[in-house]
Design a binder for this molecule. Structure first.
Ligand code: BGC
Length: 764
């Protein structure tokens, strides 16, 4: 229930296809089995344990050590080698090993590889599956061209707590939307055959429920009811598995007291037996050893035993398997069968990567190595720009403040106006900041000599030493202008006074929305807000260009800015893409994939909540005592899930139902007519939500069940239809059966999750 192609031509250029993975012929499966049986039969214990060793090059594990271990057959896979010559150097060592089992090479290719696309939260905001697929497709092409075989992506943790920095890496709060993204990403990376020269294998992460870390504090415990787990949090991982993901990375957190890395239930019962996963499981970085800190293992050997028995195949970085399994096996404390099974899984994905047919599959001959890995011609700038435009969400546009005219004087201020590193965002591992286009550059490119641009930084990213210390901890990511804050504000105000319009690029440094970057406050840092207040006081039209990796609390900004454009961290071509939107060369069409709360105190706040037995009435006046509400703030968000404006306006007709009764084997259709009643071409997302009014357990107020992104010319209208069948109404009941129940359902269609048309139907 989705479609639309805003990036169609580019998609064709990179050979994007959504074809379903071809079923491997039975003989190929037999060949694979026979090959693995034979190889396994010839391996020593040391060589087997080598296959379970996923190493990471770094200060504590230098290249020379890695090469010696490869020659000894003690390494199965590697990450953090990311250029062809580097990887080739490693793979060449395999020739000196006894069994010559190739390594695979993995990397965090999360939202682009050399060319960076918007952060995943931004990709989700596009609600454009073709655009998202294009980003994955280009990532695979570029990663494979660097010799990589696997990406630690997609990250599909459902995230309902914006305090967690890793919300930037995922696709937001909604199960349906994230599951679509998950499936599309896996297919885009892997295509029909992950061994193809321009494809890579996907390793979905973080299994499971990492996004529900208590308090939004990274790595924290997750405690969750089985219903919510199965209904809301697990489907996106399953979507990746069903789409054929070859790898699963296991989460760092505990689930209901049991660390995922030690959870037989997660890895054996659910993943392998129920879902039929046949690929490889990877522990996250150092996760096996961390079972001691989790308090479920008393010593290192116990960590190895727990993880192996739970179903971890490869031990990332901490070598607990290699160091301790021999002793454990000798003492009869682990079974050979468990080791062999893990080795089989590793060899299996290497077979699927085509490495046994040709270990240099993605490397090719040395003569094909690029002279310059970061050469400009290796980038896919047009694709990055096209996708970035689709990801931006217009949150406010009073009196048509936007789009801007290419004339007069524009003042561009803010700590993010000319920051290349922040443009590419978190987990842009192989991306080069210096290749990114900043907003200042993008504006200059867009206006040429048609308008004058004044630029002043206006503020540092923060003046809180704690924040600055954190962001600039390992290296200076956010340089600090040493001038007094007031002097910077004065300079910006002076620029604003000379300008016709002020554009303020404000928000977060990329390091504030990353792994291990949890915040307790969701405001734009106070010194930047002081800048905004001073700009507002000039009386000039104020456009906020937000760059950030999580929902922020924007009450003052909403009250006071003329326009607000959410751009996330938009990637290599970010500055050009933002300029496209600011000047109306592209009409914004993104919709929020996460609720924006009014206050951090409302968190977690998500649209698909349960009603409670004492729901607050939306129009409640007075104290509303004894209803489920805050007395000092309203319940609802500032910007709801699915929200986003356009430079044009759309109208939606009442919903037409083909029937109001649905049989178990039948189908009904709900249709609306969408019309562009404004004066510009534009796209929006028509969203379908359902509510099971009375069930055997309480069901959400609304759940997204379909969407379609539609582009219309001014005056044009289009009928959008959503077919609904019994399968769309299923849920996990109190006994965890996936079932539907007869009764009445509300059906909502709207252009966001709040402002909807309503109908009703009955399942009988
Ligand atoms: C992260 C993973 C990542 C891994 C390797 C870990 O710290 O949790 O998401 O894939 O590092 O870089």
């Amino acid at each position: 229930m989705h479609k639309r192609c805003v990036v169609g031509v580019l998609a064709c250029l990179v050979g994007f296809s959504m074809a379903v993975e071809a079923q491997a012929p039975a003989e190929a499966k037999q060949d694979k089995q026979a090959f693995i049986d034979d190889l396994l039969g010839r391996m020593t214990l040391d060589e087997k344990l080598g296959q379970l060793n996923l190493v990471s090059i770094g200060d504590d594990y230098p290249r020379e050590t890695a090469m010696a271990q490869i020659r000894a057959g003690q390494v199965g896979g590697m990450f953090n080698t990311v250029t062809k010559p580097d990887i080739r150097r490693m793979q060449d060592q395999v020739e000196h090993s006894r069994l010559k089992i190739p390594l695979f090479y993995a990397y965090d290719v999360v939202h682009g590889h050399r060319t960076i696309f918007p952060i995943s939260l931004g990709l989700a905001a596009s609600w454009d599956l073709e655009a998202v697929a294009l980003s994955g497709r280009v990532s695979a092409i570029e990663a494979a061209a660097d010799g990589l075989n696997m990406t630690f992506s997609p990250m599909v943790d459902i995230t309902r707590d914006p305090r967690w920095g890793r919300v930037s890496e995922g696709f937001g709060e909604d199960t349906y939307l994230t599951s679509k993204m998950s499936e599309v990403m896996v297919r885009a990376y892997q295509g029909e055959d992950p061994s193809a020269p321009d494809r890579i294998m996907a390793s979905v992460k973080h299994f499971a429920l990492y996004g529900a870390a208590e308090g939004g504090r990274d790595y924290n415990t997750v405690d969750m009811s089985p219903q919510r787990m199965h209904q809301d949090y697990l489907p996106p991982y399953k979507a990746a598995v069903d789409a054929g993901a070859g790898g699963v990375m296991v989460a760092l957190n505990a689930v209901n007291g049991e660390p995922a890395t030690a959870s037989r239930w997660l890895l054996r019962d659910l993943l392998r037996q129920q879902w039929g996963f046949g690929g490889v499981t990877l522990s996250d970085h150092g996760a096996v050893k961390s079972l001691i800190e989790h308090g479920v293992a008393a010593n290192e050997p116990q960590t190895a035993k727990l993880a192996l028995e739970a179903g971890i195949d490869m031990d990332m970085h901490d070598r607990m398997f290699g160091l301790h399994l021999p002793g454990l096996l000798g003492r009869g404390e682990v079974q050979q069968a468990h080791i062999d099974e893990a080795v089989r899984n590793v060899l299996g994905v290497k077979w699927d990567m085509g490495l046994f047919a040709d270990a240099y599959r993605h490397l090719g001959p040395a003569s094909s190595d690029p002279v310059d890995t970061n050469a400009e011609e290796r980038l896919h700038r047009a694709e990055s720009r096209a996708v970035a435009r689709t990801a931006m969400v217009l949150l406010k546009n009073e009196a048509q403040t936007l789009p801007l005219a290419r004339q007069g004087t524009l003042a561009l201020v803010g700590p993010l106006a000319d920051s290349k590193l922040d443009m590419i965002g978190s987990w842009s591992a192989a991306g080069r900041a210096e290749q990114a286009v900043t907003l200042l550059e993008g504006l200059r490119n867009a206006v040429g000599d048609q308008a004058r641009i004044l630029h002043a930084r206006g503020a540092n990213i923060s003046d809180d030493p704690r924040v600055l210390g954190f962001v600039n901890d390992a290296e200076i990511e956010s340089p600090v202008d040493p001038r007094p804050a007031q002097a910077m504000i004065d300079e910006a105000v002076e620029a604003a006074r000379q300008a016709d319009v002020v554009i303020a690029a404000v928000g977060e440094a990329r390091g504030m929305a990353h792994e291990s970057a949890s915040r307790s406050d969701l405001n734009i840092p106070e010194n930047q807000r002081a800048l905004l207040r001073a700009l507002k006081a000039t009386g000039k039209p104020l456009v906020l260009v937000l760059m950030n990796g999580r929902p922020l609390t924007l009450n003052w900004e909403h009250e006071n800015a003329g326009a607000i454009l959410e751009t996330w961290f938009s990637g290599t071509e970010g500055g050009n893409a933002i300029a496209d939107v600011l000047f109306g060369d592209y009409n914004p069409s993104g919709k929020l994939p996460m609720t924006f709360p009014r206050s951090v105190g409302q968190v977690p706040l998500y649209y698909s909540e349960l009603n409670t037995g004492r729901p607050a009435k939306p129009d409640e006046t007075g104290s509303g005592k004894y209803t489920s509400r805050y007395f000092d703030i309203e319940n609802g968000p500032l910007y709801p899930f699915g929200y986003g404006l356009s430079y044009t306006e759309f109208s939606l007709s009442p919903i037409r139902m083909s029937d109001t009764r649905l049989g178990r084997d039948g189908q009904l259709t709900a249709s609306v007519t969408l019309k562009n009643i404004g004066t510009r071409e534009g796209a929006t997302v028509v969203q379908l939500y359902l509510q099971d009014i009375t069930g055997s357990i309480s069901r959400p107020k609304k759940e997204l069940k379909g969407f379609e992104k539609v582009t219309l010319e001014p005056g044009e209208s289009r009928q959008v239809s959503f077919p609904i069948s019994e399968a769309d109404l299923r849920f996990f009941n109190a006994s965890l059966q996936w079932t539907s129940e007869p009764g009445d359902f509300n059906l909502y269609i709207g252009l966001d999750s709040q402002d909807v048309q309503q109908q009703r139907f009955t399942l009988h």
